[in-house]
Design a protein around this ligand. Sequence first.
Ligand SMILES: Cc1cc2nc3c(=O)[nH]c(=O)nc-3n(C[C@H](O)[C@H](O)[C@H](O)COP(=O)(O)O)c2cc1C
Length: 512
Amino acid sequence: MAFDSFREFVSQLDRAGELVRVFQPVATELEITELADREMKKPGGGRALLIEAPTVNGQPSPLPVAINTFGSWKRMALAMGAPSVDAAAAELGALIKARPPTSMREAMKLLSTALELRHARPRQVRSGPCKEVVLKFEPPPARVEPWPPAPGIGAGVSAMPGACPTLAGLPILKCWPLDGGRFITLPCVVTKDPDTGERNVGMYRMQVYEDASTGMHWQLQKVGARHARRHRERGQRMPVAVFLGGDPMLAFAATAPLPDGLDEFLLAGYLRRQSVELVKGETVDLEVPANADVVIEGYVDPQEPLREEGPFGDHTGYYTLPEPYPVFHVTAVTRRRDAVYPATIVGIPPMEDFYMGGASVKLFLPVFKMSFPEIVDIALPAEGVFHNLVFVSIRKTYPMQAYKIMHGLWGMGQMMFTKYLVVVDEDVDVHNTRDVLFHLCANTDPQRDTLLSRGPADVLDHATSEIGVGGKLGLDATRKLPGEGFKRSWPPLIKMDPRVRERIDALFGGAG
Ligand SMILES: Cc1cc2nc3c(=O)[nH]c(=O)nc-3n(C[C@H](O)[C@H](O)[C@H](O)COP(=O)(O)O)c2cc1C
């Protein structure tokens, strides 16, 4: 099901009993976080919140804030317009399975073709609701402006009389007490590869610096950062368009670990069963979804010195300390008249992003299986905040197969960030952490069954000695085979005789 606006999605959550409307004034400074964090910590992720009267520095904001809208399996399914996330994943899996690929490159091509099968290609339209209110400067001159810019708004661009593309009107959260400022936490950032023209949409948080400038937190290994490097090498200013809201599948697609070059709007169109309609930016040569709630256009000047971004209370559960990142200068802000401002907070898990990341894993499990047919299931438990801890179950048929999976996954896209990787047999439920820990402890000899390796690390990981570089630990908790140096017999797992179970069920009911 396609949603015409984020407000329509929020109304759907309301009808499904998944929303609490909050009418009291709640401050965007810390108070919304406290309210949302309590909800996110409830079993199953609590409910979404629509803060109808948020305040910014004590003043009422013109836009309401929606938060925790993706924070449960049910809400993720509602966002996808599917009966469940598993059903959506099974449908994509069936499309991909139609013709098994012979290489990774072919697998990616196949994924792209599978997405297009539902006529999900984005299409251009002339205008859309995201332009109901337009605030813009004149397009900035192409030449690189000196740094620092003149005091006030924008780096050397002249303002149109009476209209300022300022972020001040948006209810942007200050999430945690030691945060370096306010952060836009669900921004979908559109950039293009200057060589190929290929588009990317990634979710990279943005710290508000001044009324019309922010940080641009694309991490070193992400596609936005690669586009920025190419613009710097070519000595070109980099146009960037950021949108918020619209159909919820847009934000989900921005977070999905798609291979570089696969269009996120294609994935969003596939999932919402309707092409994403795109409109040209007012001041940048980039397209944004016509049904977005808010659009922020601007540029990054690759020759401008980087600026400290952070601290920020992060999804690691700790603050990430200040690090240098590019500055984004705003040239236009456009929005719907009745826009809803979508936000999230990250912090000590479980949080809303667990369900976004989890849905990605479920959706892309068929892609992993294409390359590694022995994989049965994959889970990223909430305690591992995405990549810190990954559980994989496999159908093991030959010695050292668990190690093949470790090497393979560490070499696959954003799985490269995985710190601890536990491989178990197919009969272990990877979504049940207790079950995995039991088999891990029972089935391993630490000296024999561990693999220490090194590789790229999540730049948010404060425990690595160097940023972006870290160790990896693979744990083989599968049943050992003779070829793996195991010379004894493997004992059977304790299981009750099914006939006894049936008799006890009949006597005392199914609960035992
Ligand atoms: C709520 C949320 C916030 C995120 N913030 C960032 C961020 O600030 N920087 C970043 O590089 N990735 C961030 N991510 C992860 C990226 O969105 C994710 O890795 C995505 O696949 C990147 O897209 P890309 O591969 O097109 O670069 C965030 C994810 C979520 C769910």
